[in-house]
Design a binder for this molecule. Structure first.
Ligand code: PMP
Length: 358
């Protein structure tokens, strides 16, 4: 007989990542196409000589490098095995059975998983007609049982984003015992004109002086380290200290810590890549708009096509054409921006097939 498994897990669907088909162009997982910098590879190789020992569980050198870059104390920073694991840990420190976690929907697919696995109840607030968070409706969804609110800024998969002026008004309206998570996985791709509001989004500045606000960032996107798994949280030291209790020991590997430190040292070069991606984002969006697609503006490294119940068929057809996209139920399809040749391959499919068939 198999062991008894928590009965509530039966109703939880596991996170399903973007597919990988050998030989296909993969624009399905919001990864970066350019490979690691030689200096980052060298740092990983050097760190590899010590992998007979456990990693530094406190990630002291990495947290100090982050602290210096962000201008905050290292005791306001926690690292994790990707920012998704920090998101899971954050739910664990505030919510359990009977508690509610509010987030927008559609948004990052891991949110319902981490909330339900903690035993808490997801409260999903529909996006606006412009595919952005409905911040007023999210405030209205707060109850006595709300323990956490997640704001994905910019929102994956739809791209909508808010500036700090808009977010500050929202945060000031949230009761201060509720933890607010600002998930900024894509913030390095956000440029003026990509967001509602006037002040550039920067959750780290918003979290300063607001002890109930946590910022999540990752090395997986702009820093190109999706495969080594490292992300970080910036928050009040009391939150960081609570996170250390639910943290899986040693879950940020020696190689991940070394790669992240080397990437911070090469930040200028890596962030220059985001400038090139933003140029491609505008080019691809303009080409899609020109043939009649609806494509909301995006502050991330991806674009959203609200194709409704055609999403699955569209993504199946693009796979046939050798380009992997991410389809979301009956909502739409997300395309990650790759390099110009990859984007051209996508556009050849998207504009060539004749939009009228979708
Ligand atoms: N947040 C958002 C909004 C994401 O889209 C992703 C990755 N797809 C993550 C967090 C997690 O990133 P990672 O765990 O690789 O840091």
């Amino acid at each position: 007989m198999t062991a008894r498994i928590r009965p509530d897990l039966a109703a939880i669907a596991p996170y399903v990542p973007g597919r990988n088909v050998p030989g296909a162009i993969k624009l399905a997982s919001n990864e970066t196409t350019p490979g690691p910098l030689p200096g980052v590879l060298a740092a990983i190789a050097e760190a590899a000589t010590g992998i007979n020992r456990y990693p530094d569980n406190g990630a002291v050198a990495l947290r100090e490098a982050l602290a210096a870059r962000l201008g905050v104390d290292a005791n306001r920073i926690a690292t994790g095995c990707g920012s998704v694991s920090l998101c899971q840990e954050l739910v664990q420190i505030v919510a359990g059975a009977g508690d509610e976690v509010v987030y927008a929907w559609r948004s990052f697919e891991a949110y319902p998983v981490v909330v339900k696995v903690a035993g808490a109840t997801p409260v999903e607030v529909p996006l606006t007609a412009e595919f952005a968070h409905d911040l007023d409706a999210m405030l209205a969804a707060v109850t006595d049982r709300t323990r956490m609110i997640i704001v994905c800024n910019p929102n994956n998969p739809t791209g909508g984003a808010f500036g700090n002026d808009v977010l500050a008004r929202f945060l000031d309206a949230v009761p201060s015992h509720i933890l607010v998570v600002l998930d900024e996985a894509y913030i390095e791709y956000t440029r003026p004109g990509d967001y509602d509001g006037t002040e550039h989004p920067d959750g780290v500045a918003l979290a300063e002086g607001r002890p109930n606000v946590v910022v999540l960032r990752t090395f997986s996107k702009a820093y190109g380290l999706a495969g080594v798994r490292v992300g970080y949280a910036v928050a009040d030291p009391a939150i960081i200290s609570a996170l250390s209790k639910v943290h899986v020991p040693f879950s940020v590997s020696t190689l991940a810590q070394a790669a992240a430190i080397a990437s911070l040292e090469a930040a200028d070069e890596l962030l220059a890549r985001t400038d090139r991606l933003v140029v491609e984002r505008a080019r691809v969006r303009d080409a899609l708009l020109a043939v009649g697609y609806e494509v909301p503006r995006s502050g991330g490294n991806f674009l959203w096509m609200p194709l409704g119940d055609q999403a699955a068929a569209y993504s199946a057809a693009s796979t046939e054409a050798g380009v992997l996209l991410r389809a979301y139920d009956v909502d739409g399809v997300r395309v990650t921006l790759g390099d110009p040749a990859e984007n051209d391959a996508f556009l050849a499919f998207a504009t060539g097939a004749g939009l009228d068939i979708w």
